[in-house]
Design a protein around this ligand. Structure first.
Ligand code: FE
Ligand code: FE
Ligand code: MG
Length: 170
């Protein structure tokens, strides 16, 4: 960490680096969850949902890059071994063993809600103390809020479709 950076960081940097490494592990797992989920997906609206999930995967990878770079700026080391990802992550990886679109989306939704809490926590921890990490956390938080909303919309549309089919059958 640069000297001036050390002078102005009015918080426990080791604790912050730990939080950021947990976030980094979560981003990689979220990336893979979206990436593999998009590929095995089955069910209605697949052609619309698949590209959006792949876009989200790319965005999670972008978050991993931002977080890793910030860890290095703070004098820390990003997790060097993927075997540690599931140990660090507080947001669980949900194995997409059921490829049905609704199940995949529900798993992704849970992951997004966990990510929102993660960046809310980092933003609160750094508020008024480490503006740079704070700003990064807010930026990522905004993406995660958008991801949550996208998935909620897909799930609402699928539910609407199911209701319409039910009405036709009656
Ligand atoms: Fe993310
Ligand atoms: Fe996300
Ligand atoms: Mg989106």
């Amino acid at each position: 960490m640069g000297q001036k950076a050390i002078d102005i960081a009015n918080l426990d940097v080791a604790e912050l680096i730990q939080m950021l490494n947990e976030a980094l592990a979560e981003e990689w797992l979220a990336y893979y969850q979206y990436w593999v989920g998009a590929r095995i997906l089955e069910g209605p609206m697949r052609s619309e949902v698949e590209p959006e999930l792949l876009l989200h995967a790319t965005e999670e990878l972008g978050h991993a890059e931002l977080v890793a770079d910030r860890i290095i700026q703070l004098g820390g080391t990003p997790i060097l071994n993927p075997a540690l990802w599931t140990k660090y992550a507080k947001c669980d990886y949900a194995e997409p063993s059921d490829p049905y679109i609704e199940e995949i989306l529900k798993q992704n939704l849970e992951g997004e809600r966990c990510a929102i809490q993660r960046y809310q926590d980092i933003a609160e921890y750094t508020h008024g103390k480490d503006m740079s990490t704070h700003q990064m956390a807010i930026g990522i938080l905004n993406d995660e809020l958008e991801h949550e909303h996208d998935i909620e919309d897909f799930l609402a549309d699928i539910n609407r479709l199911k209701e319409d089919i039910r009405k036709i059958r009656m």
